[in-house]
Design a protein around this ligand. Structure first.
Ligand code: NAD
Length: 260
């Protein structure tokens, strides 16, 4: 379905971003991987995806906190792939603390990586997508773009911003063959969430499995995690012709979290 198309997925060396990159590659898209991690493991991922799905895969460690590096990443992607049809803004970080104890530096980092990076990448992508007369932009927001939780002021503010940005870009690109949507996962078991499970386990003096169940039961009625592969499938759908009239949407995958 996506053969001869190219996708840039930020923050795709692990977690949800890797699930999305694999799902797009499985449909034939060439992939630009981005993120941090052990260089040998990342090279193995790059070669593995290319071999498994018969697509071109390149990697860049551009820092999504740095606008100049985001612009350079987009230029590199177009130069190496010839075109970028799909932009998935996925890179994100978390920090939890009450607002009055929230470190200024963590607030700034969350705003830069979780929100401003989406703007800078979209700004770089739009001239290219407009010239092609086609493009798909998917921003990985969160249920925390729709509702709040305690101790996550920066994350909640940034993710609400991502949904607002997605709507604004959807309006500006309407009728130009470009769509822009937000995806709002609930709990997904990735390193980002594992840290919160570990903190809960130590706070409550319980084991890791009990902490997982406690975390889910507090918010996610299904009692199950969503998976990176399920999120990848939703992104593939948003990149399909069938989704051509879906733009400006905030699509949840949260086991009923925001239905409450
Ligand atoms: P993760 O920590 O498992 O992976 C994050 C990825 O982003 C990694 O590849 C990491 O190297 C990369 N990254 C981090 N900082 C970066 C930077 N400055 N520049 C470039 N890359 C960077 O996280 P995840 O759980 O897979 O989260 C992915 C996205 O999904 C985030 O935007 C997160 O807010 C969102 N999300 C996650 C959950 C969840 O339950 N895991 C729920 C809702 C939304």
């Amino acid at each position: 379905m996506l053969r001869n198309k190219s996708a840039l997925v930020t923050g795709s060396t692990g977690g949800i971003g890797l699930g999305i990159a694999r799902a797009l590659a499985a449909q034939g898209a060439n992939i630009v991987l981005n993120g941090f991690g052990d260089p040998h493991e990342i090279e193995a991922l790059r070669v593995g995806i290319a071999g498994e799905f018969g697509v071109d895969v390149i990697f860049s460690d551009a820092d999504m906190a740095a606008p100049q590096q985001i612009r350079a990443l987009f230029e590199l992607s177009v130069a190496r792939m010839g075109r970028i049809d799909i932009l998935v803004n996925n890179a994100g970080i978390q920090h939890t603390a009450p607002a009055e104890q929230f470190p200024d530096e963590r607030w700034d980092a969350i705003m830069a990586i979780n929100l401003s990076s989406n703007f800078h990448a979209i700004k770089a992508a739009l001239p290219h997508m407009r010239a092609q007369g086609a493009g798909r932009i998917v921003n990985i927001a969160s249920v925390h773009g729709l509702v709040a939780s305690t101790n996550k002021s920066a994350y909640v503010a940034a993710k609400h911003g991502v949904i607002g940005l997605s709507k604004a870009i959807a309006l500006e690109t309407a009728g130009a063959g470009i769509t822009c949507n937000a995806v709002c996962p609930g709990w997904v078991l990735t390193p980002l969430v594992q840290k919160q499970i570990d903190a809960l386990a130590s706070r409550e003096s319980i084991g890791p499995e009990q902490a997982q169940q406690m975390l889910l039961s507090q918010k996610q009625p299904s009692g199950e995690f969503a998976t990176p592969a399920q999120l990848g499938a939703l992104v593939v759908f948003l990149c399909s012709d069938a989704a051509g009239q879906i733009s400006g949407a905030a699509m949840t995958m949260d086991g009923g979290w925001t239905a409450q």
